[in-house]
Design a binder for this molecule. Sequence first.
Ligand SMILES: Nc1ncnc2c1ncn2[C@@H]1O[C@H](COP(=O)(O)OP(=O)(O)O)[C@@H](O)[C@H]1O
Ligand SMILES: [Mg+2]
Length: 496
Amino acid sequence: MPSIAESRSPPTSISAGDVSSPYKRRLRSNSDLIDGLVLNTPINSCSQLKIKSPRRCVSDSPGRTRANVENGDACSLTRMKISAKKKLLDSFLDKPIWNPTDSDQSSAVKEALHVSTAPSMIVCREDEQKRIVEFCKQSLEQKKSGSLYICGCPGTGKSLSMENVKGCLAVWAKETGGQPLDILDILCTSLSSTSEIFNKILKRSKPNKKVNGRSTPLRQLQQMYSQQQQSSDKKMMLVVADELDYLITKDREVLHDLFMLTTLPFSEVILIGIANAIDLADRFLPKLQSLNCKPLVVSFRAYSMEQIIIILKQRLMALPYIVFQPQALELCARKVAAASGDMRKALGICRGAIEMLETELKETIYTSTLTSMVRVDHMAIALSRAYKLPIVDTIQNLPQHQQIVLCSAVRLFRKGKKDTTIGELNKFYIDICKSTLIPPLGIIDISCICRVLSDQGILKLGQSRDDKLRRVTLQVDEADIIFALQGIRFFKNCLQ
Ligand SMILES: Nc1ncnc2c1ncn2[C@@H]1O[C@H](COP(=O)(O)OP(=O)(O)O)[C@@H](O)[C@H]1O
Ligand SMILES: [Mg+2]
């Protein structure tokens, strides 16, 4: 069996509205990251973010390297960690609310949330990165060829983590005084043909060698790695093949040949293949195993809601103001985690929600000094646009009194009940109407509304001669109703 090194990071139990605790807990458990990977991270995105992160000022101190950290600079390291944590927390506690009409602020926020802006620190992927770094270090130190297979759904931070890993390895190679790293990056989708990958590897391993027209690049590589090289010093090459799915769909043979290159007796290739297909390990590893080639597997699990919140907050931390209501970030994280756990999607939706706020402000008169956070209703609209959930659309397009009835049902069921009667539902309906100054409809109309909602498959009605006593249950997920109604401003207060 292939050795599967899965992410074991437990979901942190946090409330998304709680600004300090997720960071406190996360930082405690991620202290290694602060000490190690991040200290050497090549991703200096804060320069792109325009505003220097308080955390980065701490971890960026010139001259501080992994080596002197490991060599017992424990005291100052602890101080540094405490100070980093404190600054991280402070950055959330004492910030003013942003001004969305300020174009500088608006573009800084959008940039911080842009997928192509590398974060100043990669959180929630410490274990995976460590495993990849360890594999590479070991293979490089022992000059041992081998293969690692990274898989996970799109947007789970595979490519981003690999970038960080490469930076860490470059620093490590420099510090240990070994040979400079030879890394060959291949984006498989940009290959003109699948077998071009062997051409690239051949060219890199023997840059001065004349291309032998009679033999294929694969054949030449196989020959080369099957016999002792002339120079006694083995020079390892790290081949990072991203978007490996392209090779699988096009030509599975190529994939096998590629991994098999690492098993030849004099191979100098350390192969890291990165793919989105998560069932690939099952589909293609048994075959590789039967060919006596067993890549180590690191799988990147879809981000959980808690992880998405942490990542979003980390990206927003560098900004000197607050942009989102915590509940809005929580809603985004909850929906994205339930749908796909794709961070790219979460970032896009947050940017979409900012645009919702901006459009709203353009339509109001007092825009000159407005400070306003992105709210849950902005986020709900951005989410429903991104996912186009049919039930959400349906609920959002219902007449207002039908929506109020649904809102009453949600409030009623929140109190722990599983079902109710039309009569009881009517009482809650009247309460909402009173609090929102809307004249309520009569009980006959409410019964009629319940039948309509039942026909639409949103409510389920029981039988009774007396309409008021008919039992009512929800036929759709309560969360979907909340989600849909949160996108409508009128219901903002009713649902809190
Ligand atoms: N742990 C993380 N911290 C910060 N941003 C992240 C993280 N994971 C993903 N992202 C964001 O999501 C984007 C997509 O991640 P990426 O590594 O390209 O996904 P994959 O390669 O798994 O499809 C990244 O460019 C980055 O902006
Ligand atoms: Mg990728």
